[in-house]
Design a protein around this ligand. Structure first.
Ligand SMILES: Cc1cc2nc3c(=O)[nH]c(=O)nc-3n(C[C@H](O)[C@H](O)[C@H](O)COP(=O)(O)OP(=O)(O)OC[C@H]3O[C@@H](n4cnc5c(N)ncnc54)[C@H](O)[C@@H]3O)c2cc1C
Length: 401
């Protein structure tokens, strides 16, 4: 048996013995997901289920929440091949991730590439252990797609920057401990050259957040106000006025995270099973409606193609480390495909796909309805589909402005 095969056997046995039953995926068909209902950690974290904490502690003890990060920064120090085995086996056993969030998926990878040694030692270990939760302060009332238009202003005063301005659509800012943000550090320079990327402690008088209540009654986003907020000069990443380069590098990670989020289910026949259950099957056990069969076959093939292309690109180009503008292709395709797929699921469920709360619906049915609606946001966050198409045209295909 090869070393990797032996490692696989060990991982499978350990996961099976240590992942609690309630930390396994259920029968949800759609996935509107970017960690909805999973553990994000942080100082304000209250586990929804005691097993969630147990699962987190066990995975943290193995440093498998960040398997490839170097041991010196709290990671598992494993190879990409070993990390892939852990991910494969988790999928096979339907284990939920023990920890998700912008720390592991966005600011951590950016710090590994662009942080200095002090910054890495200061921030990475607590991300691996789920002790600190991060949020993203990019968008402002006047800067969304035109992100380089950020106006929040940072002025140096001694060892600190004093920051004033407003961020908006800051996902889960009310639950976060720290925020990575883009600020204008030089108003004299051209738009893209006067921006810095800074890390700010949210627990200070100069930072306040106001949740934005949505039609669903939930408040996943906040407005974040910065009034004479202080940032240590040591917490500028990648150098002063080099924020636009950092912003793009981080967006590469964000877009990769979003495209990979729809890759969690192992069962390729889930749409067929749902169609048999809700629409009916013919005497041979096939989905009764021929048009629906075609649609399911097409979307299933598209999903498999996306998964294989993501896998091949990662293995060939080591995209997992430093995603470039190509990440926009995957972000665009994965989020548009997920919109089609979740809409088809709701179509298959018929009236059972339209419940929001109350009697007469199963939890899996509510989950599918929510996934369908949530999927709309996936093609907006991290840059809209139109913006991704612009990036692909300019930075991948080299077309003129
Ligand atoms: C679920 C979700 C989570 C989010 N979380 C965060 C977060 O944590 N932190 C954060 O900072 N932001 C977050 N955002 C905000 C998100 O990044 C912005 O909504 C997005 O970048 C679009 O900006 P905007 O809303 O200002 O729309 P606008 O930029 O005003 O765009 C409006 C419309 O115009 C189109 N458009 C704009 N410019 C062009 C162009 N040049 N070519 C073609 N079409 C164009 C857009 O595609 C869009 O359809 C989140 C958004 C969502 C939906």
């Amino acid at each position: 048996m090869s070393d990797l095969q032996a490692f696989r056997e060990e991982v499978r046995a350990w996961l099976d013995a240590n992942c609690p039953a309630s930390m396994r995926w259920g029968t949800e068909i759609g996935n509107g997901g970017l960690g909805d209902g999973l553990c994000w950690g942080g100082k304000k974290y209250k586990p929804a289920d005691p097993d969630e904490k147990v699962w987190l502690e066990r995975m943290v003890a193995r440093a498998w929440t960040a398997p490839t990060w170097p041991k010196i920064y709290g990671g598992g120090g494993l190879s990409k091949e070993q990390a892939k085995i852990i991910a494969d086996e988790m999928r096979r056993l339907r284990c939920k991730p023990a920890l998700v969030g912008f720390g592991l998926a966005m600011i951590g990878p950016l710090l590994l590439e662009h942080g200095n040694e002090e910054q890495k030692l200061r921030f990475l270990p607590e991300i691996v252990r789920g002790e600190v939760r991060w949020c993203q302060g990019y968008s402002e009332p006047g800067a969304g797609s035109d992100l380089a238009g950020v106006q929040a202003r940072a002025v140096r005063e001694g060892d600190f920057y004093v920051v004033n301005g407003q961020k908006v659509w800051t996902s889960y800012a009310d639950k976060a401990d720290w925020m990575f943000m883009l600020v204008r550090s030089d108003v004299e320079k051209p738009k893209h050259e006067g921006i810095s990327f800074m890390l700010i402690d949210m627990e200070q008088p100069g930072v306040s957040v106001r949740p934005i209540r949505l039609i669903s009654g939930q408040s996943p986003f906040c407005e974040t106000f910065l009034e004479d907020a202080r940032v240590s000069a040591e917490h500028v990443i990648g150098g002063v006025n080099n924020g636009w380069t950092m912003a793009k590098a981080l967006l590469g990670h964000e877009r990769s995270m979003i495209s990979e989020a729809f890759n969690e289910s192992e069962d390729k026949n889930e749409l067929v099973s749902a169609a048999r259950r809700y629409v009916g099957a013919d005497s041979g056990g096939r989905v009764g409606d021929a048009a629906l069969r075609d649609r399911i076959a097409q979307l299933t093939m598209d999903k498999i193609c996306l998964e294989l292309t993501l896998k091949r690109t990662k293995e060939a180009a080591k995209l997992g480390n430093q995603p470039g503008p190509e990440a926009s292709i995957f972000k665009y395709y994965a989020t548009e495909l997920n919109k089609d797929r979740t809409a088809l699921v709701v179509g298959i469920l018929g009236p059972q796909g339209l419940g929001w709360e109350g009697e007469g619906f199963g939890d899996d049915e509510f989950g599918n309805t929510r996934a369908w609606l949530r999927a709309r946001g996936n093609s907006i966050e991290g840059g809209t589909s139109e913006v991704q198409l612009n990036i692909i045209a300019k930075r991948v295909l080299g077309l003129p402005d």
